[in-house]
Ligand binder design. Structure first.
Ligand code: 5GP
Ligand code: ZN
Length: 114
């Protein structure tokens, strides 16, 4: 989708620190990390938010979790623990309107969020 920064990252038009890529997903480090480990996993197909998941496109969510499963092992936080976050919409704190899953780890995260 034009004017979507994450679509541009997928296409290589905006540089990113890539962790993983396949036919369906792209994973990269967050530009503004909130934890020692903070990366994002996004579908290559432009899906605006979790609200826009449907029978046709929601298989990508299980694929995203599979990729997260692999990356947390590689980055050494699978045992210490981590948090998977999907912000949806204005009240959810979503600032980029291309659905993404944050993965945060490497420190003790507080709960509840603000
Ligand atoms: P949201 O607030 O929508 O849940 O999360 C968007 C995330 O994308 C933020 O954590 C922000 O730091 C990250 N982000 C925004 N623009 C860029 C970018 O150009 N490159 C990378 N790597 N991360 C970005
Ligand atoms: Zn997009």
């Amino acid at each position: 989708m034009e004017d979507c920064i994450f679509c541009k990252i997928i296409k290589g038009e905006i540089p990113s620190k890539k962790l993983y890529e396949d036919e369906f997903v792209y994973a990269f480090y967050d530009i503004n990390p909130e934890a020692p480990v903070h990366f994002l996993v996004i579908p290559k197909e432009h899906v605006k938010s979790a609200n826009d998941l449907n029978e046709k496109n929601m298989n990508v969510v299980s694929h995203i979790f599979k990729v997260i499963n692999k990356l947390v092992v590689e980055l050494g936080v699978s045992e210490s623990g981590y948090r998977i976050v999907n912000n949806c919409g204005v009240d959810g704190g979503q600032t980029v309107n291309h659905m993404h899953f944050h993965v945060l780890g490497g420190r003790n995260l507080q709960w509840p969020p603000g």
